[in-house]
Design a protein around this ligand. Sequence first.
Ligand SMILES: [Fe+2]
Length: 289
Amino acid sequence: MTTPQIEAFFDEPTNTVSYLVADPIQGVAAVIDPVLDFDLASGDADNRSAERILAHAEEQGWRIEMVLETHAHADHLSAAPFIKAKTGAWIGIGAHIRDVQRIFRPVFAMTDLKTDGSDFDRLFEDGERFAIGNLSVEVMHVPGHTPADLAYRIGDAVFVGDTLFMPDYGTARADFPGGDARTLYRSIHRLLTLPDETRLFMCHDYKAPGRDDYRWQSTVGEQRRASVHVHEGVSEEDFVAMREARDAGLAVPKLLLPSIQVNVRAGRFPAAEANGVSYLRIPVKLRTA
Ligand SMILES: [Fe+2]
């Protein structure tokens, strides 16, 4: 069987890892979770980060055929439309993105947002398979962080999205609308039943306390032995209590509001207004004492 060739691209402003996964024999590649460079203060966006991924693929002679989102991210905007425009790649995400669209449509009064997932090119169900060249990809539905999270399993490598982080940092939050700590625990345990040597590729890294470098690769065995949140012996009840207590103290991600509005549209900005400019919305709530 062909071994996937995997290149990681770390985006420090959003702590996100994007991946280029290729069948080097066939010269076919997928991009997982590409990041749009976005400045919230000015509204300026550019595609520097995605350009780096495209340049690498070109150097290697790989044709990018698909962009795979692990979920609708809340901490960065997706560069999927740029990669699609440059390469003709299709964009795939979990079929439960429809639930996420239904949840957030009223939050932002996005009356033009379709909630049938049709902004994406492919919607995946649990257990579905597709191919990157001769590499077989198995889709795993791993909800909890959001209802639509997927992990992509390719040979002995799994791109886990926002489920697990590095063992010394733990797990993803489960307090966004539609998130659920108990569901996340069960999804993580599904991943941790894979063989010990399975390589796990994280979607984020935040440098755990005491660590001075970014890391994004571990194994099932390492997570089972050493994950600070879900090592062997942590019960579902313990995890849920820990996760909910921890989430209650977490800050709102800096790019949450723009990310959600753009990522539920497969990374596209809302349609431009009459002046030719596209706008994102901020719901404002005046708190009274
Ligand atoms: Fe996320």
